[in-house]
Design a protein around this ligand. Sequence first.
Ligand code: ZN
Ligand code: ZN
Length: 296
Amino acid sequence: MWLCLGAVGAANAAQDVCRDAPLAVQVLGSGGPFPRDGRASSSYLIWIDGRARLLVDAGGGASVRFGEAGARIEDLSLLAISHFHPDHVSDVPALLWVSQLFRTASLPFAGPSGNNAFPAVDTFLDRLFGDTAGAFPVLSRTVGGGNSGVARPEPTVVFASPALSVTAQGVPHTNAPTVAYRAEVGEASVVFSSDQTGADPRFIEFARDATVLVMHLAVAEATDGPIHARPSVVGQIARDAGVGTLILSHFMGVEPEHPGHEGFSLADQAANVAIVRRAFEGDLVLADDLLCLPID
Ligand SMILES: [Zn+2]
Ligand SMILES: [Zn+2]
């Protein structure tokens, strides 16, 4: 089936489901960079025992969805950033602004290492929030701790506590150093693919046997030179990794008059999902903003 019976999308209902479940994954933003497809940009939560503990990415609209989800900034253990395209990070200052009214400890970040074109996570935070050179020095005390820069193609632990551990691994996506994350909670695991071409088979090992894989279905099969995995590749990765449930997210679309219309996943979402389905036979969930999936 295409939609798990346990997945709930309406704001209030999803809030209750995520708070009541021992473990849940919630989509805050199911879109990519286009504001015109009605979706917030990339952002996901892991809920543990009624508290939002892990935030993966905070693209545009994430701060509003964070509040709608009933999440509290003081409950977060980690904000894990996949890469520095704005649709994954542009709401970070919005989330942190006035957070000091609610949390006393600075918020640990994880993110990629840098290159000539993109900053490492600690440089990104310094440029935004640094005491002297930052754009928002007023927020300098809200960030800090564990700024692990990683983009290596093997797993790197970026957070570990008895309740939650998070590993990161570099994945190919344009010239932006990009990392996927794997969250382990007890026996369960949730993997966030981030944006990637799907061309590195080491990601299949990283996602091996995950309870839930959140993977991005941004483009259509016929796209030329994709910087995102084609639907057939998404399906093959989920199949080869042996994941239980696949959540498709980061949907993208522009109006039919736009010359690029046909290249994006929302031009014909059903057809693109059907291509994923040809390879992957497990449970398949199509993300919407605020969708909550409890994990048994
Ligand atoms: Zn993106
Ligand atoms: Zn990207």
